[in-house]
Design a protein around this ligand. Structure first.
Ligand SMILES: Cc1cc2nc3c(=O)[nH]c(=O)nc-3n(C[C@H](O)[C@H](O)[C@H](O)COP(=O)(O)O)c2cc1C
Length: 383
């Protein structure tokens, strides 16, 4: 396959993406908070998880289908919510939703995406999820749930690791504002990236369209504030209970890092936990997600989803070995889009599948969920 020869790994897509988008877009997508230590830690701790190959296991046929939240997923991996996807590549939300439907994996639309739930309803598969940044206003809250349900989103994801905005210093240095304003400096960055510039010129600068729908009463905001921040709040346990009572489908809580929270969330009646540190974009002393996975696995019987630094099938197996039921990627799908446009997400799905199968072959695994048996525990201390 031609794409496989040129872009066999996510790192190839990332490198091409970097050459194709303006610097402020790259820094928006790729940066963490602070010195970006948490972003690097996610990766380093994944690399430290070792699995022992298995020998003489005979022929094994990998079965990648994975049940989650009452549905059958073709792969144990899906698409995490990314705000303003359309800034990374025009039409991103539609391309991602369509690719996910074709690959039979979940696509999660962000509250702060550049498309509304209705805009992409016609390309959603049955496995679409809607991610909510919790609106302060109860009427807006109820209306968002209604719109997500009517548009065909099967599950609701409440993100809880953004109680306040974070400082993204690299992003600030590159000159990005919210909403994006094309200053002369940004225009110079755009001029250096003609493919992005042309594609974006055809559709116009993206905006947070769902938020725009509710922004009427909040006009006249100070220039450093976007309406989205007025609609968002830091939710509490009562907020979660309200959501539980008002959303009949599966409810997932995203941004969990503490086993004590995992226990309480299970008691509150949610359907799955999503371990995430927001790719290191919120808090730079957060543990790596893979580091907290074993404690959280031990604290709950709920399905556990994990993201943060996942780059291939081997990482997915590492997460499964430590107790994850499902894995998500955020930036990876967007590197793929920026690198190859609408063809990118399907190519990344292919890379993940091929890498899963190759590594499962080494480990003699029929199912990703069996990876725990191949986990290499540290050598026993000398007697
Ligand atoms: C540019 C960008 C925007 C994001 N926007 C959101 C968002 O709107 N809502 C949300 O819950 N998470 C958001 N996230 C976090 C992702 O959903 C996910 O947790 C993270 O990207 C996973 O790590 P990975 O990028 O290393 O795969 C965003 C991440 C990135 C990189």
């Amino acid at each position: 396959m031609h794409l496989d020869a040129r872009y066999p790994a996510l790192s190839d897509l990332r490198a091409r993406a970097r050459r194709r988008v303006p610097r402020f877009v790259w820094d928006y997508l790729d940066s963490g908070t602070g010195s970006e230590a948490t972003t690097r830690r996610n990766r380093a701790k994944l690399d430290a998880v070792l699995l022992t190959p298995s020998v003489l296991h005979g022929e094994v046929t990998p079965d990648l289908r994975t049940p989650l939240l009452g549905q059958d997923m073709a792969l144990p991996v899906g698409i995490a919510p990314v705000g303003m996807s359309g800034l990374v590549w025009p039409g991103a939300e539609r391309h991602l939703a369509r690719a996910a439907a074709e690959a039979e994996i979940p696509y999660t639309l962000s509250t702060v995406a550049s498309r509304t739930p209705e805009d992409i309803a016609d390309v959603l598969g049955p496995r679409a999820w809607f991610q909510m940044y919790p609106p302060r206003d109860p009427e807006i809250r109820a209306d968002m749930l209604r719109r997500a349900r009517v548009a065909g989103f099967a599950a609701l994801v409440l993100t809880v690791d953004v109680p306040v905005g974070s400082r993204r210093e690299r992003q600030q240095r590159s000159g990005l504002t919210q909403p994006p304003r094309l200053t002369p400096r940004l225009l110079a960055q755009v001029a250096a990236r003609p493919a992005w510039a042309l594609a974006t010129a055809r559709r116009g600068m993206p905006r947070m369209r769902l938020i725009d729908d509710y922004a009427g009463p909040t006009r006249g905001l100070p220039s450093n504030r976007h309406a989205g921040y007025l609609l968002r709040t830091a939710p509490d346990w009562d907020y979660l209970r309200w959501l539980r009572d008002n959303w009949t489908g599966p409810l997932v809580v995203k941004g969990v890092l503490d086993p004590a929270d995992a226990r309480e969330l299970q008691a509150a009646g949610i359907d799955a936990l999503w371990i995430s540190n927001h790719a290191g974009r919120q808090f730079d002393a957060a543990p790596a997600t893979i580091e907290v996975l074993p404690e959280i696995r031990a604290a709950t019987d709920l399905p556990v989803i994990l993201d943060g630094g996942i780059e291939g099938g081997l990482d997915i197996l590492r997460a499964c070995a430590l107790g994850a039921d499902f894995v998500m990627l955020g930036r990876g799908w967007h590197y793929a889009l920026a690198a190859l446009g609408p063809f990118g997400p399907a190519h990344l799905a292919h890379i993940l599948r091929a890498d899963l199968e190759a590594n499962m072959g080494q480990l003699g695994l029929a199912r990703p969920a069996d990876a725990a048996a191949r986990l290499r525990r540290g050598p026993a201390p000398p007697a």
